[in-house]
Ligand binder design. Sequence first.
Ligand code: ADP
Ligand code: ADP
Length: 225
Amino acid sequence: MVEVRLENVTKKFGRVVAVDNVSLIFPDGRFSALLAPSGAGKSTLLYLIAGIYKPTSGRIFFGDRDVTDLPPKERNVGLVFQNYALYPHMTVYDNIAFPLRLRKLPREKIDAKVHEVAKLLHIEELLDRYPGQLSGGQQQRVALARALVKEPEVLLLDEPLSNLDALLRLRIRAELKRLQRSLGITAIYVTHDQSEAMSMADMIVVLNRGRVQQVGSPDEVYNAP
Ligand code: ADP
Ligand code: ADP
């Protein structure tokens, strides 16, 4: 839907340089993975793209649009976190509807969109439940539904599967990849799990101490010296 481009992006927290002069293109409609061990700057890079953090220097573009100074809600991104971050006091329906209510969409339109995305993620029968009544895998589907219901241009995922058990992780991996491909959405996926990146991504970016160490297809990254 849109290419995400970083030009010489740096983010410092005091003396810590979390992201160090990174220039990168995440191609339009592709699934990219940011792969690195903990502390390499993956989450910071994702939050810079989301607009949660502002770069210390450098620019960020969505297509031709310079979004560097735009707040998150003006960037049209969907965010999914490791811990789901659902609203515990709201039903699944209300969780998914929440971003649309913020946009003051008419009630019938909200209803249609919530059902559409719930169907896509196979959670239609869960709409009346509360997050506390759901399994981890179900909660993560709801979080994904809430991210996708706004029809974002860019989907940002921060280790979304790491709280799930191994079997479920494999299943949702495949589903997520299929979903991304069918929607044609630009996805950026943060992980420290090499097999996860290899199995899902069209492009892998390996980070090391805030810098880009390697960029390429899974084959290129795997076979690099
Ligand atoms: P994870 O392994 O899930 O990425 P982190 O420890 O990297 O967990 O980060 C968890 C949260 O704490 C993030 O929002 C991150 O930005 C923030 N954070 C990480 N390191 C620090 C720090 N040194 N000081 C303050 N906040 C931090
Ligand atoms: P990763 O996601 O790869 O685990 P992070 O982006 O969370 O890495 O962190 C990169 C570096 O920046 C780490 O040294 C971390 O402690 C630091 N950091 C991240 N967020 C913050 C924050 N909000 N305040 C201070 N330091 C932070």
